[in-house]
Design a protein. Structure first.
Length: 280
C-alpha cells in the first residue's frame, strides 16, 4: 500500500475524509527503519538522475502552519547530494514579483535537467492565501487554476518529474504544536501571532486547499495527501512516494550512464593509442 494518498483528478476529494493521524498500523520504530531504507534507495536514485541528466525533479510541499514542511525538507536533504539538490522557499512576493505574472518568480526557480528542487510553499499560495485574504479579485484567482495546470504540463513535457505533497494535520494537532512552540524558548524566533490569526480561517483554508487539489491534480502532476500528525509517518510517506516515483526511471538512467561510460572508454583507448604512436 501507499502511505500517501495519490490524487490524480479522477474523483473529487474532501480533506475530512483523510485521517491526519493515520500510521497504516505501523509503530514508530518500524516506520523509522523503513524510512531509512527508503532514504538510502532515494540517495542512489537521485544520484542517477543527476549524472544521467535526462530529467529534473520538482518536489512541492504545501501545508498549514506547523504541518511540518521544514521537517520534511530536512529529512529529504538527509539523503540528497548537495551538488544536485536545492531548496527554494516562497515568502510574501516582492515588488518586483508583483510587477510580473504570478508564475514569473516560480518558473525561474524550477530545476533544470539533472537537478532536484524542493519548493517550501509554491505557486499554490496564489490560490490559497490570495483567495482567503482577498488579495486579488475572485475572477483573478479562479483563472489561476488553468494557468497552474498549463504551467505544470509544460514542466512535465520538459521531463520534469513533479511531486506535490499536502501535509495534512488536524486542527487539534495544530493547536498542540502552536502551544508547544511557545514553550520552546530556544526557538522563540518561530513564534508568531499571525499563526493564531490564520488558524481562525481554518475552514476557509480547507475549502481553498480542497479546490486547489481537485482542480490541479492530473496523471502527470498528481497531488499526494500525507497524514502528518505523526512526524515520523509523514517522513515515511514522503520518502516512499519519492522512491516509488523514481524507480521506473532507474533502468533508463543506468542505460544512459552505460552509454556515457562506453564512449569514455573508447575516447580513452584512442588517446592511449595516439600517445603510444607518438612515443614511437
Amino acid at each position: 500500500m501507499s502511505y500517501a494518498h495519490r490524487i490524480d483528478g479522477t474523483k473529487k476529494v474532501r480533506l475530512e475524509d483523510f485521517d491526519a493521524s493515520d500510521t497504516a498500523g505501523l509503530h514508530k520504530a518500524e516506520g523509522e527503519t523503513r524510512a531509512h531504507a527508503l532514504g538510502e534507495e532515494l540517495a542512489t536514485l537521485e544520484d542517477l538522475l543527476f549524472y544521467a541528466g535526462d530529467h529534473a525533479l520538482l518536489i512541492i510541499l504545501q501545508g498549514r502552519d506547523t504541518s511540518g514542511k521544514d521537517g520534511a525538507i530536512r529529512k529529504i536533504l538527509d539523503y540528497s547530494n548537495a551538488q544536485s539538490c536545492r531548496v527554494e522557499p516562497f515568502k510574501v512576493p516582492t515588488e518586483e514579483d508583483l510587477a510580473h505574472d504570478f508564475l514569473w518568480r516560480i518558473h525561474r526557480r524550477t530545476p533544470g535537467r539533472g537537478e532536484i528542487v524542493v519548493f517550501n510553499r509554491s505557486h499554490y499560495e496564489d490560490v490559497l492565501v490570495a483567495r482567503v485574504h482577498n488579495l486579488v479579485p475572485e475572477e483573478v484567482w479562479r483563472r489561476r487554476y488553468d494557468h497552474i495546470n498549463h504551467f505544470e504540463a509544460l514542466l512535465a513535457d520538459n521531463r520534469t518529474i513533479l511531486l506535490k505533497f499536502y501535509l495534512h494535520i488536524s486542527k487539534d494537532e495544530q493547536k498542540e504544536r502552536l502551544l508547544a512552540r511557545e514553550q520552546e524558548t530556544e526557538k522563540a524566533w518561530k513564534l508568531s501571532a499571525g499563526d493564531w490569526k490564520e488558524r481562525r480561517l481554518w475552514d476557509d483554508y480547507t475549502r481553498a486547499y480542497e479546490e486547489a487539489i481537485n482542480r490541479c491534480s492530473s496523471r502527470e502532476a498528481p497531488w499526494h495527501i500525507v497524514p502528518a500528525n505523526k512526524k515520523w509517518f509523514r517522513n515515511l510517506a514522503i520518502l516512499e512516494r519519492l522512491v516509488e516515483t523514481l524507480r521506473p526511471y532507474k533502468s533508463g538512467w543506468l542505460g544512459k550512464l552505460e552509454q556515457i561510460g562506453e564512449k569514455a572508454k573508447r575516447e580513452l583507448a584512442a588517446y592511449h593509442e595516439e600517445k603510444s604512436g607518438a612515443a614511437e
